[in-house]
Design a protein around this ligand. Structure first.
Ligand SMILES: *[C@@H]1O[C@H](CO)[C@@H](O)[C@H](O)[C@H]1NC(C)=O
Ligand SMILES: *[C@@H]1O[C@H](CO)[C@@H](O)[C@H](O)[C@H]1NC(C)=O
Ligand SMILES: *[C@@H]1O[C@H](CO)[C@@H](O)[C@H](O)[C@H]1NC(C)=O
Ligand SMILES: *[C@@H]1O[C@H](CO)[C@@H](O)[C@H](O)[C@H]1NC(C)=O
Ligand SMILES: *[C@@H]1O[C@H](CO)[C@@H](O)[C@H](O)[C@H]1NC(C)=O
Ligand SMILES: *[C@@H]1O[C@H](CO)[C@@H](O)[C@H](O)[C@H]1NC(C)=O
Ligand SMILES: *[C@@H]1O[C@H](CO)[C@@H](O)[C@H](O)[C@H]1NC(C)=O
Ligand SMILES: *[C@@H]1O[C@H](CO)[C@@H](O)[C@H](O)[C@H]1NC(C)=O
Ligand SMILES: *[C@@H]1O[C@H](CO)[C@@H](O)[C@H](O)[C@H]1NC(C)=O
Ligand SMILES: *[C@@H]1O[C@H](CO)[C@@H](O)[C@H](O)[C@H]1NC(C)=O
Ligand SMILES: *[C@@H]1O[C@H](CO)[C@@H](O)[C@H](O)[C@H]1NC(C)=O
Ligand SMILES: *[C@@H]1O[C@H](CO)[C@@H](O)[C@H](O)[C@H]1NC(C)=O
Length: 490
């Protein structure tokens, strides 16, 4: 008995050295926050640490130019967190102050690159404030820059300022219901993504009648980002619940969630920019064999909902609507997409399902990109690599983190909000490098021999246990060994 125990102790003391390097400062980290639910599982080579708790439904997050973390607390307002930074994952909240207290703010947040204009959204409008980076406070009352969006159900309006085309703001707007017939009219503004030129704005824009249409028939594309190499706009879409086809309930594994490509903002022609992406009549196949009366659909094909007839069928969907670039497992609820600066990885949060017997989603994953496009073909079921998952999805939603917003800090560390648990996490590489340079290739559990790489794939409805390492003192011995070996190799 003594021998194995000694082995364990020496691993632990070695780990202490590795961890101290990993956390940069060499001194011990005073942040001991732990989740009130089972520790998340991390892919080999990654760590996650809780940074903040007790927030009110944190959704969109971003850093100001002085390194304060701005958090939209849905139903409360916009709060600024001043962080203590011990390096690596050793990050904690030093102090916080409210920037805008307004209970209507619910998700969207942006800021100009100079850090002097702040934007946030509620279901009705996008607002702008003058912001002083030296104090972290607004210096003006709000002005409404885009209005006319009040609707029910899907009420977040995600904001993204282009880094390629100065002064262009993208706003995404979802549907008013699971199936929203009004979205069939291009004039409705429902289920659309538009861009607005703020450079010489002379009047308050109306979402429906102003701006440039980047795509319609986009049910609820909460996540949006600009690919940094070519400047293409990608969104992630939450697709329909309770789907029927030819009288058969097919909702368990259909339709898939979507990664859509909406073209460029710099004037480069892209024929499908502004086109119809299908909703509320056409959706995307995930499990083809569960779709009755299909002739030759493959994963990623557009297909028709409900009863088929001469105008509602898969051929009309294929010819009349734009298919996604990638498709993910049904009901995972993607809420954010964030590219790394090199354009090699898109990080995607999946808030998690309610409309599925086996919960899906509830995780952070990564999609590989090269020269502006996903490296996997559009019919791939394995384009998503899981990085941070809940140890057991059968505990979800109650005993799970539910990821929402993503943000890079100036050191390339990935920050992630979880609304249901009131948390912000930081995800780092065990090597000490910022996550921004990482290229995830295998999901949690891969290091313990029960791999689910491509955890978004058809085969894995719930992640595998055993890869937990959330903070340096808490890892299974197996993962500590894996991490130690990985650390010694570099
Ligand atoms: C969170 O709030 C609860 C209840 O108010 C309190 O007991 C707890 O100490 C808080 N935790 C932190 C980390 O602030
Ligand atoms: C922490 O907050 C205190 C008081 O607001 C401030 O004096 C100190 O500089 C802050 N430390 C960091 C690291 O931000
Ligand atoms: C914007 O300002 C108006 C007028 O002061 C105020 O009524 C409203 O609550 C503010 N909205 C936000 C989102 O701050
Ligand atoms: C971008 O636009 C802002 C005004 O919105 C202007 O102050 C800034 O100089 C512009 N930057 C560049 C690089 O053109
Ligand atoms: C300003 O707006 C006009 C139309 O209102 C447009 O033609 C022009 O290109 C805009 N200028 C810039 C710099 O965006
Ligand atoms: C606009 O973006 C496209 C795609 O990345 C690129 O090929 C083109 O050169 C860009 N045009 C300008 C004027 O920057
Ligand atoms: C599917 O059919 C069920 C039972 O008729 C119905 O309750 C549900 O609303 C239908 N789903 C859609 C998306 O129309
Ligand atoms: C796909 O659907 C078929 C038919 O409903 C079902 O038998 C099969 O288990 C499903 N496969 C997966 C991986 O969900
Ligand atoms: C379509 O599928 C349903 C259910 O599987 C079946 O009852 C019906 O006969 C099929 N209709 C056609 C035209 O194939
Ligand atoms: C086909 O089905 C669609 C959707 O249910 C319906 O709107 C349309 O009227 C139908 N067309 C015909 C010719 O029956
Ligand atoms: C995916 O599509 C390609 C053609 O684009 C085809 O060669 C391949 O067999 C398809 N893969 C699957 C799994 O259907
Ligand atoms: C850290 O990142 C740099 C580039 O950002 C890369 O060259 C290096 O290989 C990375 N180191 C590890 C251990 O991943």
């Amino acid at each position: 008995m003594a021998q194995p125990l000694n082995l364990v102790f020496s691993f632990v003391s070695l780990l202490g050295v590795v961890a101290a390097q990993g956390y940069g400062s060499g001194s011990s980290c005073s942040n001991t926050l732990k989740p009130a639910y089972p520790a998340p599982s991390l892919a080999p080579g990654f760590e996650a640490q809780l940074v903040a708790t007790n927030l009110t439904k944190p959704r969109g997050i971003m850093f100001d130019t002085q390194g304060r973390l701005l958090v939209v607390q849905s139903g409360y307002g916009l709060t600024s967190l001043q962080l203590n930074d011990g390096g690596g994952g050793c990050v904690s909240v030093n102090s916080s102050h409210d920037v805008v207290v307004d209970s209507s703010l619910n998700h969207g947040i942006e800021m100009t690159a100079d850090g002097r204009t702040l934007y946030a959204s509620n279901p009705e409008a996008v607002y702008a404030w003058s912001y002083d980076p030296s104090t972290g406070s607004t210096t003006s009352s709000n002005s409404s820059i885009i209005t006319g969006m009040s609707t029910s159900d899907h009420t977040t309006r995600t904001l993204l300022l282009s880094k390629k085309v100065n002064g262009t703001l993208i706003v995404t707007r979802g549907s008013t219901a699971n199936i929203d017939p009004i979205a069939e009219a291009i004039t409705s503004g429902h289920s659309q993504v538009k861009s607005f030129n703020l450079l010489n704005q002379t009047h308050t824009y109306n979402f429906d009648s102003d701006g440039r249409l980047l795509g319609w028939g986009l049910r609820n594309d909460v996540g949006v980002d600009e690919e940094p190499l070519a400047g293409g706009i990608y969104t992630v879409e939450n697709s329909v619940d309770q789907m029927n086809r030819s009288g058969v309930d097919i909702h368990e594994n259909n339709p898939g969630e979507e990664l859509n490509f909406l073209g460029y903002l710099n004037g480069t022609t892209y024929a499908q920019q502004g086109a119809n992406f299908g909703y509320p009549t056409c959706f995307t196949a995930w499990n083809v064999s569960a779709i009755p009366n299909n002739t030759g659909l493959q994963l990623g094909s557009p297909f028709a909902i409900g009863d088929l007839n001469s105008t509602n069928n898969d051929a009309s969907c294929a010819s009349g609507t734009v298919a996604p670039r990638l498709t993910f497992q049904a009901h995972m609820a993607p809420l954010d997409i964030l590219f790394n600066p090199a354009g090699t990885t898109a990080w995607v949060t999946f808030h998690g399902s309610w409309d599925r017997t086996q919960p899906s989603g509830y995780k952070l994953g990564a999609v590989s990109f090269a020269t502006g496009s996903p490296t996997e073909p559009s019919n791939s079921s394995t384009a998503l690599v899981d990085v941070m998952t809940n140890a057991d999805n059968s505990n979800c939603p109650d005993q799970c983190f539910r990821p929402v917003g993503l943000a890079w800090d100036s050191k390339g560390r990935l920050f992630m909000s979880s609304d249901s648990t009131g948390e912000v996490w930081v995800v780092t590489e065990s090597s000490g490098n910022g996550t921004a340079s990482a290229t995830p290739t295998a999901g949690p559990g891969a290091g313990s021999g029960s791999g689910t790489s491509g955890g978004g794939g058809l085969a894995s409805s719930s992640p595998v246990k055993g890869g937990a390492w959330t903070g340096r003192e808490r890892c299974s011995i197996g993962m500590c060994v894996v991490a130690l070996v990985a650390a010694l190799l570099i």
